[in-house]
Every structure is written in structure tokens, then in C-alpha cells.
Design a protein around this ligand. Structure first.
Ligand code: FE
Ligand code: CA
Length: 527
């Protein structure tokens, strides 16, 4: 849905539809002290949207909040999902089995006196009554406020920010890196603190939901059908701190394994589940992921959804976002009786196994080669530099890059070809700083870049000290929280923000350590 489409939609409409649109707009105007478009500097030119699909809802449909994502220099994706009873089972979250139109508007100010665009989008039952509105024509590097309305109901107000324009070199760009937020394992104090940061966006590297059910993570079972996954996302999004983070910042999301199943790779699981069953699992899980996150992506076709993409922040940053599960070959040493991918089998070296898949691997090469930005940040779900968790003999988690050594070295070589690469990683339930060497584990080989691993938001900590057999490890923090990354033309600063107590939604947070990479240098220094 495009802001510009609404004008065309006005033609040929009956009086009833026009009045419905006006009612929703009146609801929006009623919350803005400035009275909406009449006081706007620009909104006299903003067309009034009209709606066709109406419904009498049984309650406030905005309980899952609002979100924005995948910003560009002149656009943003606005998201909401209508759900009067988000945690009910088997009744479309209280929505009728019909399309319902949602009016949206986006303004410079939080009182909606300066509306810059508005329109109507149709929430389809086949999309879980979610909408992904792609607004364009916005000013670059600018804060915006947005909201939705259906009939008498108005959503909470969200805040978002566009990116710097092409050719610009902003003085500062900042993001937070989040991952691994198992709902029943802790509270979301990390998000409660994150909303106080000055950030351009949040990069989410996956394990946004887990397949495991729990007291809060409804349904309390492993999801089977799409309905189960929709309820699972609703259960996670029922957390007020997660909702607040989405309302505060645009998110850029990729996924890891638990959005489908633990350690899935392509169409294989670390057990004897047949590939056709994994495909069915992916169809439902991918669909629900797409419905529930503010991504600038078309709906998946079956179990296919290209998630890899990049964002440009003027000439300062290119952020490359990767998918390391959908196209992955089965890792080596897979033991389906034990259900693990742990080992150091001979197959680890010299093979042509792919983690990215051929299409994405080629795209990454082009995305890096064509960048030209001062900083190239790699949104890389699973650890690249290599980790050996063994004590006396090597032991690798082989569904990370360590199981795909030939491609691992190709990606590292490609990173070596850009000026200032930095890898941002999740998945490991620890925070780390690692040196990425041209040949992993060979600290005599060239140092290519720094890898910053974000701590988990709430998932159980891995805790094992990997230092004995991981010589390129610079720091390991056994803590929950998030990572902030602040970029200027001169340097990049990573701050590990860690919680005192993940079981306390009110937990204090501190900066456990700060690392800086100067432009032109590959090695991070501790501040
Ligand atoms: Fe995880
Ligand atoms: Ca994971």
C-alpha cells in the first residue's frame, strides 16, 4: 500500500464509504489536540482516505500495538494487526472473517498537526488482519509519528525515523542489536531500557519467538498450524515492554532457527522429521513471521521468502541483513538420534556446504562490492569468527558458520575487500567481542574485522567460558541485555548494556563494557 494510491481510490465511491472514512479520520483528529489536518502546514494537500470494508468490532482492535520497520531515506513500513481478543484461540483473534479497512496517518509532530501522508489499507483475514503500509515521499533523517484508526478505535501513537539521504554523511547513526527473547525465561527489562536510548533503529537478529510453549507463550505447545503461530506472536507481543520498543523505533528484522524449530537448516531438523513435514512447518511459520513483523517484504509464497536485504544510511553505513536458516544445507556431523549438531568431524574442512544458499551468497558479494559506504555492518545471526567450546578436544556448534568452513572463508574474504566491515551477531546467548581472522582460529592470519555478539534479551545463558580454545576471543559477558552500536565517520562504538536480573521487569541496566573501532583500523580497542 502506497500513500499515493489513496487518491485513485476516491473515484467512484458511494456516499456510505466516504462517510466511514470520515468517521475514522474524526477519531484520529479527536486525539490530536491540534484538530488534525486543518492546522497542518502540509496536510491541506494530503488527500482524505476512503474506506470500503467496514465491520462492527467487539472491542479495541489495537491491543497488539503498532510498529514500523525497514526505513529508507524517504519511506517507512507501518504495521499493525487487528485483534480485539489477541489471546483467544480459534476465532481469528475476535475479528470477522472479512477484510477490514484501516486508516493510517503519519505526521511530523506527535499531536498530528503536521500530517504529511494518510491513507487506507485493507487488513485481510488471510494475513491475520495485519497491514504493512509502505509510505514513501517522506523527508530524510526525520522523526515521524504515526497512528491507525478503525471506526471509533484509534491506535497508540508510534514514532519512527527515516534514514539519511543518498550522498549525505550524517554525523551519527545508532542502532541497538536485539535477539533471543524466550518469553517464559525472563522479563523484557532490556526493552524497557532500550526505549530511553537515542537510536535510529533496532536490528533484530532472530529467535524473536521460540517454538516452545509456556505459561505466557501461548499456545502452551509447539505450534502446528498457522493459527497456533499467530497466537504465539500475539502472546509475545502482549508484553508491554516489547510493544513499547516497537512503537518507539523502527525495527529491521531477520530470523534465526526458533521462528520455525531448533537448529533447522533448509528442510532438515536434527531429528528424523521428513523434509516434506519441515516444508509444511515452514509454510505456517514463515507466514506468521511475515504477518507479525514490520518488514518491507512481499508475503511468502509457500515456504519461500527472501529475507536478505540491505539498508543504506547516506554514505555512512550499509547494513547487510542475512538469512542463515532457510537456504542452509544440512550441517555436518548431524546426529539425529541425539538431536545435536555438535562435533568436529573431518567433514568440517574443505567442503562446499552452503549456509546462505547460492543466490544469497552471490547477492552478498554484490551488496558488499557495491557499497561504497564508510561502514559495512553485517547483520549476521550466527557467529562468523568461529567458537570452539571444547576443553581438551575441539567441539563446534556446526549449525553456525563453523559447519560451513569453505563459505565461511569466502564471506570473510569478501569482508576483507571493504574499507570498514563490522559483524553484528546473535544466537549464542552470550555477549562477545571476537576478532575475525582470515582463517578462523589462526590468529597468525590477517585480522579482517571485529565481530560484536549481542547478549540475549531473555533466553537462558549459555555461560560456558569459551576462551580456552577460542584464541581470537577478546571478551565474553555472561549476561542478558542488548548491544548498542553508534557510528560516526571516524569510529564505531559498541556498548554492552547488561541487566542485573532478567527475571525482574524493572531490573537496573549498566554498560558492562565499551569497545571502539576507528575507521581505517580492523582491531577493536576497549574504551
Ligand atoms: Fe536463541
Ligand atoms: Ca538460535
Amino acid at each position: 500500500m502506497n500513500a499515493g494510491e489513496t487518491e485513485g481510490e476516491q473515484r467512484g465511491l458511494g456516499r456510505r464509504q466516504v462517510l466511514v472514512g470520515a468517521a475514522s479520520l474524526a477519531a484520529l483528529a479527536a486525539c490530536g489536540a491540534g484538530g488534525g489536518h486543518t492546522t497542518s502546514r502540509r496536510s491541506t494537500t494530503v488527500p482524505t482516505p476512503t474506506t470500503r470494508h467496514t465491520a462492527r468490532l467487539r472491542g479495541d482492535p489495537f491491543g497488539l500495538g503498532v510498529a514500523s520497520g525497514d526505513p529508507t531515506a524517504d519511506g517507512i513500513v507501518l504495521w499493525t494487526r487487528l485483534a480485539p481478543t489477541p489471546l483467544s484461540e480459534g476465532d481469528l483473534s475476535g475479528m470477522p472473517d472479512d477484510p477490514v479497512d484501516v486508516v493510517w496517518e503519519i505526521a511530523i509532530d506527535d499531536r498530528f498537526g503536521s500530517v504529511v501522508a494518510r491513507g487506507a489499507a485493507t487488513a485481510e483475514p488471510g494475513a491475520g488482519h495485519s497491514v504493512h503500509v509502505e509510505v514513501d515521499g517522506l523527508d530524510p533523517a526525520t522523526d515521524h509519528h504515526y497512528r491507525f484508526a478503525v471506526g471509533e478505535w484509534t491506535s497508540p501513537v508510534g514514532r519512527t525515523r527515516t534514514l539519511a539521504a543518498p550522498g549525505e554523511r550524517p554525523a551519527r547513526f545508532a542502532l541497538a542489536v536485539a535477539n533471543c527473547q524466550l518469553l517464559d525465561a525472563g522479563r523484557y527489562a532490556a526493552y524497557r531500557h532500550m526505549v530511553d536510548e537515542d537510536l535510529d533503529l533496532v536490528l533484530h537478529l532472530g529467535d524473536y519467538v521460540y517454538e516452545y510453549g509456556g505459561e505466557r507463550a501461548l499456545p502452551n505447545r509447539i505450534p502446528g498450524r498457522l493459527d497456533d503461530w499467530r497466537l504465539r506472536y500475539a502472546a509475545y507481543r502482549s508484553d508491554p515492554d516489547l510493544r513499547a520498543a516497537h512503537a518507539r523505533f523502527p525495527f529491521v528484522c531477520t530470523w534465526d532457527d526458533h521462528e520455525v524449530a531448533n537448529n533447522y537448516a533448509g528442510l532438515s531438523l536434527p531429528d528424523d522429521t521428513p523434509p516434506e513435514m519441515v516444508r509444511e512447518m515452514r509454510v505456517a511459520a514463515y507466514r506468521a513471521w511475515w504477518e507479525n513483523l514490520p518488514v518491507r517484504l512481499p508475503a511468502p509464497e509457500g515456504d519461500a521468502l527472501d529475507v536478505h536485504r540491505h539498508l543504506d544510511v547516506g554514505d555512512l553505513v550499509r547494513l547487510h541483513v542475512l538469512d542463515q536458516r532457510q537456504h542452509a544445507d544440512e550441517p555436518p556431523c548431524r546426529d539425529t538420534t541425539a538431536g545435536t549438531d555438535l562435533g568436529d568431524c573431518a567433514a568440517r574442512t574443505g567442503d562446499e556446504r552452503t549456509l546462505l544458499g547460492g543466490e544469497q551468497a552471490g547477492w552478498l558479494d554484490e551488496s558488499l562490492a557495491g557499497s561504497g559506504a564508510t561502514w559495512d555492518l553485517l547483520g549476521n545471526p550466527v557467529v562468523l569468527a568461529g567458537i570452539d567450546t571444547g576443553t581438551e578436544t575441539p567441539l563446534h556448534y556446526l549449525e553456525t558458520w563453523d559447519g560451513y568452513p569453505a563459505e565461511q572463508e569466502r564471506v570473510i574474504a569478501a569482508l576483507d575487500g571493504v574499507d570498514n566491515p563490522v559483524v553484528l551477531t546473535g544466537d549464542y546467548h552470550q555477549a562477545m567481542v571476537l576478532d575475525v581472522h582470515r582463517t578462523p582460529f589462526d590468529t597468525d592470519s590477517d585480522l579482517v574485522c571485529t565481530e560484536l555478539m549481542a547478549p540475549p534479551i531473555s533466553s537462558p545463558l549459555f555461560s560456558q567460558d569459551v576462551a580456552p580454545r577460542t584464541p581470537h576471543l577478546r571478551e565474553q559477558l555472561d549476561a542478558h541485555g542488548y548491544l548498542t552500536v553508534e557510528v560516526t565517520p571516524d569510529d564505531l562504538t559498541g556498548r554492552f548494556r547488561v541487566l542485573d536480573d532478567v527475571t525482574d521487569a524493572d531490573s537496573a541496566i549498566t554498560t558492562a563494557s565499551t569497545w571502539t573501532v576507528a575507521a581505517g583500523e580492523r582491531r577493536a580497542t576497549r574504551a
